[in-house]
Design a protein around this ligand. Structure first.
Ligand SMILES: Cc1cc2nc3c(=O)[nH]c(=O)nc-3n(C[C@H](O)[C@H](O)[C@H](O)COP(=O)(O)O)c2cc1C
Length: 199
């Protein structure tokens, strides 16, 4: 079995949905999968002021939080994170920063990593967010499994050689249909992870 962790952060559900599509593709492909929510750090008062955020927060209370044990367990990782001012959310940075202990023991080395992002503007910084995340992955000694243009789906809306990028409208709905691109990226991550694990 190849272990793939999907670590996501989501305020209003977009990246949760991307993660669920990735999970579906990985399970169909026979991987051992864990979907893990990156811990919320925003104060309850801030969440309460935004009905969509509060709703999603309540709905996903039972999703297990990402831990260092999950990170150690994973052979491959898919990150799905919203764009925040052209960068990863603080919650995601905090999660990565808590990996210092594993990093110091060499346990982040050779993990296969792939990332997806969403933003409200079609040019709102999705690629920048993915690249910021990949920068930290170079320090982990991870192997980046970007989608490139490895499948016809990636020439369609939302397909992106850096990693799936989707736009959300004012109501929080995804504008492009990226399900197939997400599933391709997930399968490709698994395929590369298997090659690394099995030599
Ligand atoms: C603090 C903050 C910063 C944001 N920065 C950007 C941005 O730089 N570009 C953009 O297009 N959208 C930006 N957005 C919109 C989010 O990217 C969008 O709500 C998110 O992708 C939705 O994902 P989710 O439903 O998984 O939370 C920002 C939202 C917040 C709350």
């Amino acid at each position: 079995m190849t272990n793939i962790a999907i670590f996501y952060y989501s305020s209003t559900g977009t990246n949760y949905q991307l993660s669920k599509w990735a999970e579906e593709a990985l399970q169909e492909s026979g991987a051992e999968v864990k979907v893990r929510k990156i811990k919320e750090l925003a104060p309850e008062e801030a969440i309460a002021q935004n009905p969509a955020w509060k709703k999603h927060y309540e709905e996903t209370k039972d999703v297990p939080e990402a831990s260092m044990d999950d990170l150690e367990w994973a052979d491959g990782i898919i990150f799905s994170v919203p764009t925040r001012f052209g960068n990863v959310p603080a919650q995601v940075k905090q999660f990565m920063d808590t990996a210092g202990g594993l990093w110091a023991q060499g346990k982040t080395v050779n993990k296969v990593v792939s990332a997806m992002s969403s933003a409200q503007n079609p040019h709102g910084g999705q690629e920048a967010t993915i690249l910021h995340l990949y920068t930290s992955m170079f320090h982990w000694g991870a192997i980046i499994a970007a989608p490139g243009y490895t499948n016809q789906e990636l020439f369609a809306a939302g397909g992106n050689p850096y990693g799936v990028s989707v736009t959300v409208d004012q109501d929080g709905n995804m504008v492009e249909n990226v399900e197939k691109a997400v599933k391709h990226q997930a399968r490709r991550t698994l395929e590369i992870t298997k090659k690394i694990v099995n030599g």
